[in-house]
Design a protein around this ligand. Structure first.
Ligand code: CA2
Length: 152
């Protein structure tokens, strides 16, 4: 059984506590639960993590990269939070490991401030999902599973 890595960046631990109009009422624990259910439905293992630290996210991408090299990774789904808009280091980590990556945002970043319209991750992502609320996590798992099916 292959593994899906789902990484969450800065401030996403605050989900469900503030800004419900933008991000909804679900907590990160709720998001983990719905993502786990989607993985069960698609026969994938799940690694689900959150960090407020860029270097930690990079270490986890490298970890996913080692699974990828062993043929055991379905892919990486990353909601890098505000690092999406600034981090060349995350871009390099995704590119360097060669993992299949889906960039994910809960909100529609293109309907928000101009500084959220630029992503360092999009150029190294297989696909980008935004604006579907927390259900985007389940949709992204389904997308990874679909890629697995069409590759085999
Ligand atoms: O829409 C998304 O998922 C974002 O990645 C969320 C980031 C934001 O910087 C991106 O532009 C879009 C922010 C995550 C912060 O989440 C909070 C949740 C509740 C309360 C405060 C922050």
């Amino acid at each position: 059984m292959k593994t899906a890595y789902v990484l969450n960046g800065p401030n996403l631990n605050l989900l469900g506590t503030r800004e419900p109009a933008v991000y909804g009422a679900a907590t990160l624990a709720d998001v983990e639960q719905l993502t786990r259910l989607a993985c069960e439905q698609h026969g994938l293992e799940l690694v689900f993590r959150q960090s407020n630290h860029e270097g930690q996210l990079i270490d986890w991408i490298h970890e996913a990269g080692r699974l990828h090299a062993q043929g055991e990774l379905a892919g990486l789904i990353i909601n890098a939070g505000a690092y999406t808009h600034t981090s060349i280091a995350l871009h390099d980590a995704i590119k360097g490991t060669g993992v299949v990556c889906i960039e994910l945002h809960i909100s529609n970043v293109f309907a928000r401030e101009a500084f959220r319209h630029h992503s360092t991750i999009s150029p190294v992502a297989r696909g980008v999902m935004c604006g579907f609320g927390v259900q985007g996590y389940a949709l992204a798992i389904s997308a990874l599973a679909g890629m697995q099916a069409s590759a085999s």
